[in-house]
Design a protein around this ligand. Structure first.
Ligand code: AMP
Ligand code: MG
Length: 498
């Protein structure tokens, strides 16, 4: 039983979203679960948040992270939002199974949301049961923490618990709850919710809240709302460029899954690709390939345009002028994205300065990789070694169906490298910072989930987390995690598990 023995509460909540008022959320308590059990506690993250896991026993944390125990200072609520799902507008979605427990101020003086995902029914649950299954909870835990270790902005995972209750999907699965931490859960869809109702007062309130929380320096600008659009564009452009650099496919870039904070959010059917392909899709529900790897940058522009539309009335009272201002931002997006993308790709190839032909050098590598079904992560990682020791070229050549295709490209690369006065060591160091040795490969993730779901064996999950925690280090002892799937290990589809 939980008692408030210490003077300092287990989690020091400091809530701001709740102050926006009832139009922004529904106050709702998590639904009690049968038998909460700890699967994982993220001690490092807890420390950043000023939470001491050792202050309470594991049963207490199981009770807290299942929603059975509400700590003092927590003001649980489900946020309302709208969103375009696969291009179709839904005027009201909202947290159908997520409940925000409250906010904390972390050690870096940054406000962070603490939210339970899978905590039971809310007024926004629609046809859903408000619950999450163990597999998807572990999947989000693994991939979000891997993204963080890769240096990509993301929501984090503070804990995972089982509920002791079944959830009913295509089959009966063990239920679980994930504790998600975010810089903020406001989405493009949150703006859409108020914009479509023409609630200018709430819209302004939301925009002011977001500016104060995420972009406080914009308050002093002549037109803070136009600057907000620009800043969100910059953040999201950087984010998607980073996804492209590691072969990440989000899978559901609906506007309700685009965080205004610029973090990757909502790990459903997302996946990292093995062999490179611009048209790669894993998600079982993305039948048209709307959210294919190579479409992500242009989908972001579409989503940013939806965001811009919502704040037009704030940007200028005269609609035509507001549209002109917003259009300027949307139109510079492709150029900004390209700059972010190119700069990361140059680094991946070991290029320190820039030349106009670099883009075609990069594109020609990607095309060659696609034609030859070369593994994305291994190709780039082995390029680091080859930059240092040219004799190691055979390790890359074997990744290409036709090894001579690599040779042809590598001649152009060598030629380009020869125009920069850098030592092989300098180049190697630069490249290793952006070319991970290990990513959460689908077949490894699947093995870890299967062991946990079917046998209650969390050892593969723990091991995978450990391997993924330092993705840029050379980890020869983890060789099985570095390799692509064998032919019988290929994962063809991923599922959102809702
Ligand atoms: P997603 O595709 O995961 O972004 O979810 C879209 C919407 O469906 C969101 O409003 C979710 O809260 C809601 N949702 C997803 N799964 C469930 C569930 N099992 N129960 C209730 N709502 C859900
Ligand atoms: Mg979502």
């Amino acid at each position: 039983m939980l008692t408030e023995t210490s003077i300092k509460p287990a989690i020091c909540f400091d809530n701001s979203y709740v102050k926006l008022g009832g139009r922004f959320y529904a106050k709702v308590k998590p639904t009690l679960v049968e038998q909460p059990g700890i699967v994982k506690l993220n001690y490092a993250l807890a420390q950043d948040l000023g939470i001491d896991f050792d202050a309470l026993d594991p049963e207490s944390w199981a009770a807290i992270f299942s929603g059975n125990q509400i700590l003092s200072g927590s003001e649980p609520l489900a946020m309302v939002y709208a969103g375009h799902q696969f291009g179709n507008f839904v005027p009201q979605l909202g947290d159908g199974r997520a409940i925000l427990l409250g906010e904390v101020i972390d050690n870096a003086n940054c406000r962070r949301d603490i939210q339970l995902k899978g905590a039971g029914l809310t007024p926004f649950s629609r046809q859903g049961d408000g619950r999450a299954a163990l597999g998807p909870v572990l999947r989000e835990y693994i991939i979000s923490e891997a993204m963080h270790a890769l240096g990509i902005p993301t929501t984090r995972s503070l804990g995972a618990v089982t509920t002791g209750e079944p959830v009913y999907r295509e089959k009966v699965l063990p239920g679980a709850v994930l504790t998600r931490v975010a810089l903020g859960h406001v989405r493009t869809g949150t703006f859409q919710y108020f914009a479509v109702q023409r609630d200018e007062k709430e819209l302004r309130q939301l925009a002011d809240y977001v500016i104060a929380r995420h972009f406080p320096e914009l308050k002093e600008e002549a037109n803070p709302y136009l600057k907000l659009l620009e800043e969100v564009m910059e953040q999201q452009a950087q984010l998607v460029a980073k996804w492209m650099h590691v072969g990440f496919i989000h899978g559901v870039m609906n506007t309700d899954n685009m965080a205004i904070s610029g973090e990757t959010i909502d790990y459903g059917p997302c996946a990292f690709m093995d062999n490179f392909s611009q048209t790669k899709v894993f998600s079982s529900i993305d039948r048209m390939g709307r959210y294919a790897y190579g479409n992500q940058p242009s989908i972001l522009q579409w989503n940013l345009t939806r965001f811009a539309e919502t704040i037009l009335p704030l940007i200028d009272k005269i609609p035509e002028r507001a549209v002109d201002f917003a259009n300027e931002v949307i139109e510079i997006y492709p150029q900004r994205f390209r700059e972010y993308w190119l700069s990361g790709m140059r680094q991946k190839l070991g290029l320190f300065n820039s030349e106009t032909e670099d883009e075609s050098l990069i594109q020609s590598l990607l095309e060659t990789m696609q034609e030859n079904e070369a593994d994305f992560t291994l190709t780039f990682r082995r390029l680091c070694d080859v930059a240092l020791t040219p004799e190691k070229a055979s390790s890359i050549r074997i990744l290409f169906n036709d090894p001579s295709a690599y040779d042809n490209w590598a001649m152009k690369w060598r030629d380009r490298l020869s125009r920069e006065f850098k030592t092989p060591e300098e180049r190697f160091e630069l490249m290793c910072q952006t070319n991970p040795t290990v990513i959460p490969r689908n077949h490894q993730v699947q093995l870890a989930l299967k062991a946990a779901e079917e046998d209650g064996d969390y050892a593969p999950f723990e091991k995978l987390l450990e391997v993924l925690s330092s993705p840029y280090a050379v980890a020869e002892e983890y060789s099985e995690y570095l390799l692509p799937p064998k032919p019988d290990e290929h994962v063809l589809q991923t599922f959102c598990g809702t």
